[in-house]
Write a protein that binds this ligand. Structure first.
Ligand SMILES: *Cc1c(COP(=O)(O)O)cnc(C)c1O
Length: 384
C-alpha cells in the first residue's frame, strides 16, 4: 500500500461528528469575555431568535436536550399516569423515555416502507382498537421523522384531527427537512429539535421546544427553570426541572445555525455519492417520498437478503477494521426489554429494516476521498 494509502486508512471516519466550520469560536469567546457564564444571557436570546426565525416565527424555548423538550411537550398536553401516548416503534429511545417519566404508556406503531416512519394504517387501527377495548382516547401522538426523512404528515395529521388527538412532532433528527415545502418541526401542535453532538446542528448537548402560542413557551420556560413562583423569595407550587440551555452552548448554536443550509446540502451530497456508487440491486436506501425533502442526516442502507448473505453486522465489522464507524439502525421499541409490555400495532416492517440495515458515515465534513474509501470497503465485502 502506498504511504498516502496508509495515512488515509489510519484516519478514523466517524458516523456523524460535529462540524464546526463557522464562527462558533468567535461567538463562544464573546460569551466568555462578556462573563455570561450564567445559564441565561444574550447568546441564548440570539439563538432562540435564529431558531424561531427559521421555524416560521413560532415561539421557541432552547433547552439542554431534545429529550427535555419532549418531556415538557407531554406536560403541556397534560399527559399523566393512566394516559396512553402513541409513538412509532422505529425510533431512538429518547422518543419514548419521557412518556415513561410521566408514568404513561407508550402505544407502539410499526413503520411503512415509503418513509420508514409511522404507518398511517396502523395508527388508525391502533386508535380504533384502544377505543374498542374501552381504554381512554390516546392523549397524544408523537410523530418522528427518522434519519431526517419526513413522515407521511398529511395522512397522519388527518387521522389525529379526526380523533382530536394533539401531535408532538419529534423533529430531533430533521432540522432542515421539509414536507410540502413547510419545515419539519412546525407541523405538530408542539415540535422538538435536538442539538446533540451527532445531530446536523449541534451545541454539544441541547434541544428546543417549538410551540404555537407564546403562553405555551412561557409555561415550558417556567417548568424548565424550576417553576419559580412570582414571589420575592424562592417559592414553588409546581414541580420543575433544570432544563434550560446554557448561554455558552447557545453561543456555539448561533455559529452552527448560520451554516444549516450548507450542512444540509453537504449531507445530501454524501447521500447522492453513496447512491451513485453502491450497487442498487444488492442494497437499497431510505426513500425520499415525493413532496418531502430530507436533510439526509444519516444515510442508511438496507441489504437485500435475496442478493447477498452478508449481514449488516458483518459489514459493520469489516468497516471497523478499516477504521470506519457505522451503526445498526435503531432497534425497534417493541423489541426492547424496557418496553416489551407496551401494546404494539403492526407487522415486521421496522423489524426487517433493523435486521437488514446499517447507518453509514454521513458527516458534513466528509470528502470524496473518504466516501470512496468507504464505498470500496462495502463493495469488497459484498463482492460486487
Ligand atoms: C436525538 C434524538 C432525540 C433526543 O435528543 P437529545 O438532545 O439527545 O436528548 C429524540 N428523538 C430522536 C428521534 C432523536 O434522534
Amino acid at each position: 500500500m502506498s504511504i498516502l494509502g496508509k495515512i488515509m486508512k489510519s484516519k478514523r471516519i466517524y458516523l456523524s461528528p460535529p462540524d464546526l466550520k463557522g464562527q462558533e469560536l468567535e461567538h463562544l469567546q464573546a460569551a466568555l469575555q462578556s462573563n455570561w457564564i450564567a445559564p441565561i444571557g444574550p447568546h441564548l436570546d440570539k439563538f432562540e431568535e435564529l431558531l424561531s426565525r427559521y421555524l416560521d416565527d413560532l415561539p421557541v424555548v432552547a433547552l439542554n436536550s431534545g429529550t427535555a423538550a419532549i418531556h415538557l411537550a407531554l406536560r403541556l398536553l397534560g399527559v399523566t399516569e393512566k394516559d396512553e401516548v402513541i409513538c412509532p416503534t422505529f425510533t431512538f429511545v429518547a422518543t419514548t423515555n419521557p412518556v415513561m417519566y410521566q408514568k404513561a404508556t407508550p402505544v407502539l406503531i410499526d413503520s411503512e416502507l415509503d418513509t420508514w416512519n409511522m404507518c398511517p394504517v396502523q395508527l388508525e387501527r391502533a386508535i380504533e382498537d384502544r377505543l374498542k377495548q374501552g381504554k381512554p382516547k390516546p392523549k397524544a401522538i408523537i410523530i418522528v421523522h427518522l434519519y431526517g426523512q419526513p413522515a407521511q404528515l398529511t395522512q397522519l395529521l388527518a387521522i389525529a384531527q379526526k380523533y382530536e388527538i394533539p401531535v408532538i412532532e419529534d423533529a430531533a433528527e430533521a432540522l432542515g427537512s421539509c414536507y410540502n415545502g413547510q419545515k419539519a418541526g412546525t407541523w405538530g401542535h408542539l415540535g422538538v429539535i435536538s442539538f446533540n453532538g451527532n445531530k446536523i446542528v449541534t451545541t454539544s448537548a441541547g434541544g428546543a421546544l417549538v410551540t404555537r402560542h407564546v403562553s405555551e413557551a412561557k409555561k415550558a420556560l417556567f417548568w424548565a427553570t424550576q417553576s419559580k413562583d412570582k414571589a420575592p423569595y424562592y417559592q414553588h407550587s409546581e414541580v420543575g426541572y433544570n432544563y434550560r440551555l446554557s448561554n455558552l452552548l447557545a453561543a456555539i448554536g448561533v455559529g452552527q445555525m448560520q451554516q444549516l443550509e450548507e450542512k444540509v446540502a453537504h449531507r445530501r451530497r454524501v447521500f447522492d455519492y453513496y447512491q451513485q456508487n453502491l450497487p442498487a440491486d444488492v442494497l437499497s436506501f431510505q426513500p425520499e417520498l415525493s413532496g418531502t425533502f430530507s436533510n439526509r442526516w444519516l444515510t442508511c442502507i438496507v441489504l437485500n437478503q435475496q442478493k447477498t448473505s452478508v449481514t449488516p453486522l458483518q459489514l459493520q465489522k469489516a468497516l471497523e477494521v478499516e477504521n470506519i464507524e457505522s451503526r445498526p439502525l435503531w432497534k425497534p421499541m417493541h423489541l426492547q426489554p424496557l418496553l416489551r409490555q407496551c401494546p404494539y400495532y403492526g407487522h415486521t416492517v421496522a423489524e426487517g429494516l433493523f435486521q437488514q440495515g446499517l447507518c453509514l458515515p454521513s458527516g458534513a465534513s466528509l470528502q470524496v476521498a473518504d466516501l470512496d474509501r468507504i464505498v470500496q470497503v462495502i463493495k469488497r465485502v459484498l463482492s460486487v
